[in-house]
Design a protein around this ligand. Structure first.
Ligand SMILES: C[S@@+](CC[C@H](N)C(=O)[O-])C[C@H]1O[C@@H](n2cnc3c(N)ncnc32)[C@H](O)[C@@H]1O
Length: 467
């Protein structure tokens, strides 16, 4: 690991994230801006000024020419190097990236239009591509960030790409320089969208980098911009609960973690892994699960992790999605944690797109791109309609937004499923709708609202007392 580069790069990235002007004018996609404005000191500027990184500056960042030297290995080198640097993309990885893609497409404008700066951390970035040239997570993220249809209306976006393996980090940086040309090699912190997007490949361990960031924020009592962290390790090492909690506590952070249940389960009885699992869980209670077996043990391993996220990190809402390999064996759970139900809703919608039957799982074993389902899968509208009716029955003036909020928090369904379920109830005569006004003490029913199948938020209330 090139430890000298991490704090230096973090500091410079922080400055870049702060200094550039947020302009609403039309932006060219890959333009390098040199006209940074000196705003009054903001949090990240102060962070980088506060910190004395000199002790770390001894290390030298590998030059681009070093990264380029990897090229022959990739095109004609030995199989050993090939396998080590990049690997084949499994269908479940493709599914994971689609979830990331759907989620970020909605999360970025949701937060980016209301906040001057947002931050995306890819904590285990990988080499940026797979053996078949398919994109890795950093490319998925940067493509969405730079090409978002609403990019002009969104503020600054910082993307930290952390990779612990030097060869992969160099490969990633080289690949991004080529992909987002005309980036200048050797810049170390790169700008796109006229400086509104800044990114850096940080060559270092996820935990050390995050610790550095949290140290800065804790020492100086300041907070990070709203943040999404994608934490995608190979195994249970290097993702201590303490740091993940620290991140969620110090900002509006949402996290998507690859919880490697297969390896956690395998190492549960291995003494050499005790410290790793203690750090992963942030407690020693996982030892009690050694007695259990099979599906129930994996479920309890997951539930313990989720309860630790809630207790330590203040995660109000969590969601998990199971990934299975070609033998249909559970490989890992994608666990999402957030403090806000809107974030939960965005992630739910993304996961429903990958598992349209509502199973919240994907298996390479059953995945068959050549043979799509004969009948398109869809949510069980009757079930959702029944759940809504049972919960709100008797209430006279419920705003549709409240029905959505309840649905997202209390059921497996998302807000975009609610209208269809309400329409079903409407057709069965189980509800009426009224135009509505807000009185200060609550919603008041006005005249009946005639338009079938429409439930505009803020305009109507739903009456479940008719039946
Ligand atoms: C599962 S791969 C990441 C794949 C990538 N997120 C994607 O979706 O394309 C895990 C990566 O983490 C890197 N890694 C391993 N330990 C690390 C650590 N402690 N900190 C940061 N990266 C690490 C590995 O070199 C590997 O490239």
């Amino acid at each position: 690991m090139d430890i000298g580069t991490t704090p230096q790069k973090l500091s410079r990235l922080c400055q870049a994230l702060n200094n550039a002007r947020v302009s609403s004018s039309r932006l060219s996609r890959h333009h390098i801006s040199s006209s940074w404005l000196n705003n009054k000191p903001t949090f990240l500027e102060r962070c980088s000024n506060f910190c004395d990184f000199r002790p770390y500056l001894g290390g030298k960042r590998p030059s681009l020419s070093n990264s380029l030297r990897l090229k022959p290995l990739l095109t004609g080198g030995s199989r050993k190097v090939k396998r080590k640097l990049i690997w084949r993309k499994a269908p479940h990885t493709e599914a994971k990236h689609k979830i990331l893609d759907y989620y970020l497409k909605a999360w970025i404008p949701k937060l980016g239009t209301w906040n001057e700066r947002i931050l995306i951390i890819d904590g285990f970035a990988g080499p940026g591509e797979y053996a078949d040239c398919k994109p890795g997570s950093p490319v998925v993220i940067l493509d969405i960030v730079t090409n978002h249809v609403l990019r002009n209306r969104i503020g600054k976006i910082g993307v930290f790409l952390i990779e612990g393996n030097n060869d992969r980090a160099n490969h990633l940086e080289d690949l991004l320089i080529r992909r987002y040309s005309p980036l200048r090699a050797g810049e170390s912190i790169y700008e796109l969208n006229e400086g509104k997007t800044v990114f850096a490949v940080i060559k270092g361990k996820f935990s050390a980098t995050l610790e550095e960031m949290l140290d800065i924020t804790q020492t100086h009592g300041v907070s990070l911009p709203p943040c999404f962290a994608f934490i995608d390790p190979f195994g249970p090492s290097g993702i201590p609960m303490e740091l993940i909690s620290g991140l969620m506590k110090c900002t509006k952070a949402e996290i998507l973690i690859n919880f490697p249940v297969d390896s956690v389960n395998r190492f549960l009885g291995t003494p050499a892994y005790e410290n790793t699992l203690d750090a992963l869980y942030g407690c020693k209670n996982w030892r009690k699960l050694r007695m259990m077996k099979g599906v129930e043990r994996r479920r309890r391993l997951r539930e313990l992790y989720i309860s630790q996220l809630k207790a330590n990190a203040g995660a109000e809402y969590t969601l998990h999605f199971t990934m299975r390999n070609a033998r249909n064996r559970e490989l890992y759970y994608l666990i999402f944690a957030t403090k806000h139900w809107h974030g939960l809703d965005i992630m739910k919608q993304a996961m429903w797109k990958i598992a349209p039957d509502g199973s919240f799982q994907f298996s390479d074993y059953t995945h068959s791109p050549e043979q799509p389902w004969l009948f398109p899968l869809e949510p069980d509208w009757e079930e959702l309609a029944g759940l809504i009716w049972k919960h709100f029955r008797g209430q006279e003036a419920v705003p549709p937004g409240e029905i959505e909020r309840w649905t997202v928090i209390e059921t497996i369904y998302a807000s975009n499923h609610v209208r269809r379920a309400l329409t079903l109830l409407e057709e069965k005569g189980k509800l009426c709708k009224y135009e509505a006004a807000y009185s200060g003490r609550g919603w008041i029913k006005l005249a009946p609202y005639k338009k079938k199948g429409a439930f505009p938020n803020g305009k109507v209330v739903v009456d479940f007392s008719a039946d």
